[in-house]
Design a protein. Structure first.
Length: 335
């Protein structure tokens, strides 16, 4: 499977413009991890309302596949689907928790060998074991469920398993931590393929945040936690309409008719961060949207988002995402 370890183009589209996603399921597949791939990629639509992805479920040997629940699923598609895929996603299975030397097995190994060079390959949760056993993660950073990390670290010493991230994106090989982190990973891939607007719409339709705390800072923005109450909502709404101008703590507190001390305490209780930190996050988020969706010069974007100067914008974007405005635009603009 050496050819599978070649560098991969991040987005390879089929001739009809639709990106083909193959979900490779195995005995004992976790239904949640399988369904979230269909749900998220299936919701992605272009401006004309046409689906942007074609999703197919496949298995090394077509037929009924056992799940870890009280039902089986019929999977008529075999490994041929992998040869036609632009992205392959490997969900976890309950068999991953059983220590075995033959993790791949001849049928699964043969199926993986059908994947074309240049295909993006992703795993959800313990699906990373399959990628590791195939040698795809050698020398790379990867994520998997924290409960499994001691065993997989011993089993795969050439892989750096990072417990501090929700997912990793390493040159076209992607991995996610627990099952729910698979949602973050899928939204990330949609964002890379089609930009923030499409990814945000998918997240909104699934009622999940478009960004959560976790690795790959260039692509995964800092979160804005959902507030438990709404005693600062008026101030936040006003601030979002005035990001282009200086916003002071006194002004925010005045919107809620409270002292700055009380406002700061309530804000931190509700959002888990300070008003100043939240403002920076919102300005970075707005700047990223403008870098992706417009051709405005960096100087103008800096003014429009309240950073004032291109130098200040560069400083904050570098601190938050690890890249410059120019590098960010080069990655996400022009889709």
């Amino acid at each position: 499977m050496d050819n599978m370890c070649e560098d991969r183009a991040m987005t390879v589209f089929a001739g009809d413009g639709r990106h083909r996603v193959a979900v490779l399921v195995r005995d004992g597949v976790l239904p949640f991890e399988l369904s979230l791939v269909h749900r998220l990629f299936g919701q992605a639509r272009g401006a004309d309302g046409v689906p942007l992805y074609e999703i197919v479920t496949c298995t090394p040997v077509p037929g009924d596949v056992r799940t870890d629940a009280d039902f089986t699923i019929a999977v008529p598609a075999g490994p041929d689907a992998l040869a036609e895929a632009d992205t392959v996603v490997v969900p976890g299975a309950d068999t991953d928790y059983e220590p075995r030397d033959d993790l791949l097995g001849p049928e699964l190994a043969a199926a993986l060998a059908r994947i074309r060079p240049g295909t993006r390959i992703a795993s959800i949760c313990t699906g990373a074991f399959v990628l590791a056993a195939a040698g795809l993660l050698d020398g790379r950073r990867a994520a998997t469920h924290w409960r499994s990390s001691p065993r997989v670290r011993e089993r795969f010493p050439h892989v750096t398993f990072d417990l501090g991230v929700l997912y990793t994106d390493e040159g076209g090989i992607l991995t996610s931590a627990g099952a729910a982190a698979g949602i973050d990973l899928c939204v990330h891939m949609i964002r890379r393929d089609h930009g923030a607007a499409v990814a945000n719409e998918v997240a909104r339709g699934t009622v999940v945040p478009p960004h959560r705390e976790g690795g790959q800072a260039q692509y995964l923005n800092r979160p804005v936690p959902e507030p438990r109450t709404s005693s600062t909502s008026r101030a936040r709404e006003w601030a979002l309409k005035n990001l282009h101008r200086p916003v002071t703590l006194r002004e925010l507190a005045a919107r809620e008719a409270t002292s700055t001390r009380t406002f700061t305490r309530r804000f931190r209780d509700e959002l888990g961060t300070s008003p100043g930190r939240w403002l920076v996050q919102q300005r970075v988020e707005r700047a990223c949207a403008l870098l992706e969706s417009t051709d405005l010069p960096v100087d103008e974007i800096a003014v429009a988002t309240g950073f004032g100067t291109a130098g200040s914008l560069r400083l904050h974007l570098k601190a938050e995402l690890g890249v410059s405005p120019t590098a960010y635009r080069a990655t996400f603009r022009g889709r």
